[in-house]
Design a protein around this ligand. Structure first.
Ligand code: AMP
Ligand code: MN
Ligand code: MN
Ligand code: MN
Length: 280
């Protein structure tokens, strides 16, 4: 079976390894095909491609776009994209600019609870010129002793109803799917079980996503239980959507699955990579 991992993050977004370190980590774990899918940024792909050339890994150009559907934040992975396609590149730039505004709002919210200088702290974790996200705030809060690890930080901070939450308007789902498709890529709904949609809303989302040109859903990912993987395998089969597999690796100790170390796709799905022979 092909060892393929189509979802992970580098220091260009909120991962802990540089693109080079990430590719080396993947190669050491026997990954054969890897997609780097940083949040709202394609700035790591050139470095990852150079690093992959020194290994036997086939690198797939990827991205994970923060999108909005009826007020719900969704993550849309794009696979096989052209990172230079202007509407995609410009759209990602505006998403990153929006993240900076949101980060100031998050810092202001934390300030109300007596947690100061978090914008500066999170920015230090984000690195020069890179995007800023909640994970950078989470690591700052852990450093400051507010929680023992990032997983527990998110239970107490940074989410709706808790200190450090700032609502934000991401890009409409239709735009995210169009940027990916029109650049030659395939759009995938990341970790669909995470959105906790009712059965009716989930069906509406999947049908609307497909009508917009979306082609796949993640079936095997760190945030799915084995039961959820089987459930989304059935949804993919029922709706003629392709199935993806990705660890959503952010760094050693920060993700449930290590790179490439997830279970295989359930037997009844059509893999999102089924027709990629030309690319691989
Ligand atoms: P953002 O895109 O800035 O809103 O940040 C979302 C990121 O925060 C995700 O990609 C994860 O890396 C991280 N995250 C969100 N919720 C959790 C959680 N409950 N546990 C661990 N990490 C989380
Ligand atoms: Mn992340
Ligand atoms: Mn995600
Ligand atoms: Mn991710």
């Amino acid at each position: 079976m092909l060892n393929i991992d189509l979802h992970c993050h580098s220091t260009v977004s909120d991962g802990l390894l540089t693109p080079t370190q990430l590719v080396e980590h993947a190669a050491a774990r026997g990954v054969e095909v890897l997609a780097l899918t940083d949040h709202d940024d394609v700035g790591g792909l050139d470095e990852a491609r150079r690093a992959a050339a020194a290994t036997s890994i086939t690198l797939i150009n990827g991205v994970e776009i923060s999108a909005d559907w009826r007020g719900q934040t969704l993550h849309i992975v794009g696979l096989g994209i052209d990172p230079a396609y202007p509407p995609l590149a410009q759209g990602l730039t505006s998403l990153r600019d929006g993240r900076t505004v949101r980060a100031h709002n998050i810092a202001a919210q934390l300030g109300k609870f007596g947690i100061h200088d978090s914008f500066e702290g999170a920015s230090r974790n984000a690195g020069d010129g890179h995007l800023i996200g909640r994970m950078h705030f989470a690591r700052f809060l852990v450093e400051q002793g507010y929680a023992k690890d990032v997983k527990s930080v998110f239970k107490k901070y940074l989410v709706k109803g808790k200190p450090g939450y700032a609502p934000h308007q991401w890009v409409p789902l239709n735009d995210a799917v169009s940027w990916i498709r029109d650049s030659g890529g395939r759009a995938v709904i990341a970790h669909p079980a995470r959105y906790k949609l009712s059965k009716g809303a989930l069906d509406e989302l999947l049908l609307e996503f497909r009508a917009f040109g979306g082609e796949a859903i993640e079936v095997v990912t760190s945030s799915h239980t084995p039961e959820q993987s089987l459930l989304f395998a059935r949804h993919s089969q029922r709706l003629g959507l392709l199935a993806s597999r990705g660890s959503d690796f952010h760094g050693p100790g920060e993700s449930y699955f290590d790179l490439g170390r997830m279970p295989p796709l359930p037997a009844n799905c059509t893999p999102v990579w089924h027709d990629w022979n030309a690319m691989m």
